[in-house]
Design a protein around this ligand. Structure first.
Ligand code: S3P
Length: 450
């Protein structure tokens, strides 16, 4: 769905402590993959706990237009009747992935080795994002791509007629690129090999194994070498989607910075390729504990308990941890602004090509609220003002980016004066219940008249 409705300005102000239980929605990465792999299996995959954010709904619509039967039975309960590897049919209209980089990039990979032609587009944020990182490796399979200048959407892919397997070293740390190559490799004969120097989220590998593909990961000096044997028959699965650690980050971090808070966030996926933020917060001195650590659906899961943490100190975040917390730097910078001392974040050039340029968006909005931020091409430094020390009183621009909008609303919950966000509409892409959930914990969030 391209674009969204009228902007929804919102404001958050300091109130009493946040307390209670925060039941955050299903994992976005796993939700996209459940629909796409379900559509490539033969038979019925059943999914429980699917995130019903707009990004995932757009992927569901895309799978339907490629020939899969995708049905919602109840909230979070979905089924997908797949068409098998190589079985996608040519859609009769443009596939619109809305705001979702993950959606469009994974689907491009999934169709790249089918004999069909597919045109993709997205919203004002997605059409600015780089796609050559996907179309370059897909060209090696024999897929042609015709997009706008700079490899931007809208873009038409002509699937390879006789795909060949590929050996590809991913040049930037990106699970989307890795996953696109693996999904394309599914319909190529022989072995497709992807090499990544830095470990990125591994849901695609775990789920492909779950669906019965032959896939192995070897850790070598060059990094992780992932080998997939093409043209398997994928077996339909029963999938229980864990709750999203990237969404859990918001109530967790809000609790750490709002005086007196104590919040429980149950059933959170703690795959090590995703849990870097929580490790970082603990190093800063956060009162954050894991309760009931267990395994569910092939992923480690725990209940997170976060309490107000006035002793937090800024740290230098290890750059090698960046991939495991890449979506969490915006909310980390909000915690950093409420800690003592400086927080230094390096090796994060990828933040500049997310739903927005997240370094610029956060730096501008933090400065507008009285926080000192320095930034360069792949780094930024936030000067902490101590607990409750952020002046606030400013308006931040969300730039069509859900995580920027949620981060500034959390900032406002702890700041001296309210913090406004020009448009909280994009929050619906990943965390549609953010506003009622935070309000139930006690947050003071209001929609503003325009
Ligand atoms: C995702 C990978 C990451 C992340 C995005 C989800 C995924 O992007 O930022 O929100 O599900 O594969 P990159 O692969 O571009 O780092």
């Amino acid at each position: 769905m391209s674009g969204h409705g009228e902007p929804i300005p919102m404001q958050a102000r300091r109130g009493g402590p946040l307390s209670g239980v925060a039941e955050v929605p299903g994992d976005k990465s796993i939700s996209h993959r459940s629909l796409i792999l379900g559509a490539m299996a033969v038979g019925e995959t059943r999914i429980t706990g699917l995130l019903e954010g707009q990004d995932v709904l757009d992927t569901a619509a895309a799978m339907r237009s490629l020939g899969a039967e995708v049905t919602q039975h109840a909230p979070g309960e979905w089924s997908v009747h797949g068409v098998g590897v190589g079985g996608f049919g040519e859609p009769d209209r443009v596939i619109d992935c809305g705001n979702s980089g993950t959606g469009v990039r994974l689907i491009m990979g999934a169709v790249a080795t089918c004999r069909i032609t597919v045109t993709f587009t997205g919203d004002a944020s997605l059409v600015k994002r780089p796609m050559a990182r996907i179309t370059d490796p897909l060209a090696q399979f024999g897929t042609a791509a015709y997009g706008r200048a700079g490899g931007r959407l809208p873009m038409t892919l002509v699937g390879a007629t006789d795909p060949v397997p590929v050996r590809y070293t991913v040049p930037v740390p990106s699970a989307q690129v890795k996953s696109a190559v693996l999904l394309a490799g599914l319909n190529a004969p022989g072995q497709t090999v992807v090499i990544e120097a830095e470990a990125t989220r591994d849901h695609t590998e775990r789920m492909l194994a779950g669906f019965g593909a032959e896939i192995a990961t070897e850790v070598t000096e060059a990094g992780r070498v992932i080998t997939l044997t093409g043209q398997p028959e994928l077996q339909p699965q029963e999938i229980l989607v864990p709750r999203d650690p990237s969404s859990a980050a918001f109530p967790v971090c809000a609790a750490l910075i709002v005086e007196g808070s104590d919040v429980l966030v149950p059933n959170i996926g703690l795959n090590p390729t995703r849990a870097g933020l929580f490790e970082t917060l603990r190093e800063m001195g956060a009162d954050l504990t894991y309760e009931n650590l267990r395994a569910a659906g092939g992923e480690p899961v725990a209940d997170l308990r976060a309490r107000f943490s006035p002793e937090m100190q800024g740290i230098e975040v290890p750059p090698e941890r960046a991939a495991s917390m890449i979506d969490e730097y915006p909310i980390l910078s909000v915690v950093a602004a409420n800690a003592q001392g400086r927080t230094v974040m390096r090796g994060v050039a990828e933040l500049r090509v997310k739903e927005s340029d997240r370094i610029a968006a956060m730096a501008d909005g933090l400065r507008a609220n009285g926080v000192t931020v320095e930034d360069g091409p792949d780094w930024w430094i936030v000067d902490g003002r101590g607990p409750g020390g952020v002046p606030g009183g400013g308006t931040a621009l969300a730039h069509l980016d859900h995580r920027i909008a949620m981060s500034f609303l959390c900032l406002g919950m702890a700041a001296e004066k309210p913090v406004a966000v020009d448009d909280a509409g994009p929050i619906a892409t990943s965390f549609p219940i953010f506003e009622p959930l935070m309000r139930d914990l006690g947050a003071q969030i209001v929609r503003q008249n325009r």
